[in-house]
Design a protein around this ligand. Sequence first.
Ligand code: NAD
Length: 497
Amino acid sequence: MNLIQHFVNGNLSKGDSNRRGKVFNPATGEQTSEVILGSKKDLDNTVLIAKKAFESWSLKPPLQRARVMFKFKELIEKNSDEITKMIVAEHGKVYEDAKGSLTRGLEVVEFACGIPQILKGEFTENVGSEVDSWSIRQPLGVCAGITPFNFPAMVPMWMFPMAIACGNTFILKPSEKDPSCSIKLAELFKESGLPDGVFNVVNGDKEVVDAILVNKDIQAVSFVGSTPIAKYIYENAAKNEKRVQALGGAKNHCVVMPDCDLDQAVNGLMGAAYGSAGERCMAQSVAVAVGGIGDKLVEKLSRKVEALKVGPGMDKNSEMGPLVTKEHLEKVKGYVDLGVKEGAKLVVDGRSLKLQGYEKGFFIGGCLFDDVKKDMRIYNEEIFGPVLSVVRANDFSEATQLVNDHEFGNGVSIFTRDGDAARSFSSKIKVGMVGINIPIPVPMAFHSFGGWKRSLFGDQHMHGPEGVRFYTKLKTVTSRWPSGIRSNPEFVMPTMK
Ligand code: NAD
């Protein structure tokens, strides 16, 4: 059986622990690998290595760090087919979608290539008479990232290229469900000329996460995953005096206005609700049909959901692959059962889907609910599967109220031709990422990614300018070079006269 190890100090390592996790191919249902589940000792040893590596890496001129990034970018491009296949093999999503997610991660590396420009500070000549002042951003030290299963390449790449370009060293704890591509990325980074110990991967579960949270030499923790764990990370990292950004779950709404181009909205919703089998934090799981558009929307959606091509991720004809694990499949099916019990109308039922030759795969067909109500659990909780709920709203203000009342605030979109409605929506909506006639409004690498409310605990979003702020601390220097004149002691606050 293939064994997935840690990557520490530039080498694969078995570490100290005998515990193992199982990694499956979701399309066949077969176990393909074992992953080492690291111990506290493994994590603590890695922190010492990363701390030592920080001493020299943090002093490297940003231009030299950028050159390593440029090489890394080139190697990711060269190896993109292999990395993409790793994502498909362990996550299950379809090849082109997996490739797209890798590209979105690569774009963060491209942004990090500009680090010499980004890290230029601010300078004011003569803040006082013959006194100058400048602000610089310096790296923090050892940073850690804890990532979810649903984007095994992209989400880690929201974090470590930014942290490392800023001069930090990094320890990644990827999801134990699909850890292979983190190891591949670490090997490619080393090949790019990154010194040993700057980027490390420690595989594991709660034991490694808890070791991260209490280790005094880790300065900052970035987390992406479900809301209960995000809150746990936020509270405990902060308690242990670390900087923390913890991104959580989502329930993204798509507001479909009566004046919209309905075919465009339906196509947008299909990709956003069923792409990656709904296992995206920006997946749209609620369609809010405004005014009288509900019946037409449900009719058009149901035809398309029934026609969805579900199959293994490597099959070019597949539009949607399997779910990540058997447990997750059972959980999603359980939510569909619950929706029926709660009284929602199940218009398309994908629960009994079976694929010839892939009977043991973790497949479910697309599911569509109508008449979902605000007090139902299927409306309030994140399902994280290919299940779209249609909620009816009488008017625009009822629709926006629904979105604003929801506990999550990751992404949202509106389909309309009315500029006034769109402008008012983007201004008043309490959500971090907003799309206007855009179904999945994921910000590009040079903007920043993050939600509001219980979709993000912390102050800074990920990558882009906010990523630079998160992975650096600000220092402001005030300086003068007096020549000859000696001033007397001053006992009042200095101000400009
Ligand atoms: P998860 O919360 O189960 O796991 C995330 C990470 O936390 C993993 O590395 C896991 O090993 C670790 N972990 C799990 N349980 C833990 C515990 N009890 N104590 C300490 N660590 C623990 O999430 P997942 O199932 O891997 O990913 C899906 C979730 O991630 C969804 O809720 C999705 O919305 C969310 N997500 C959010 C974003 C975002 O940007 N907001 C992006 C991607 C995914």
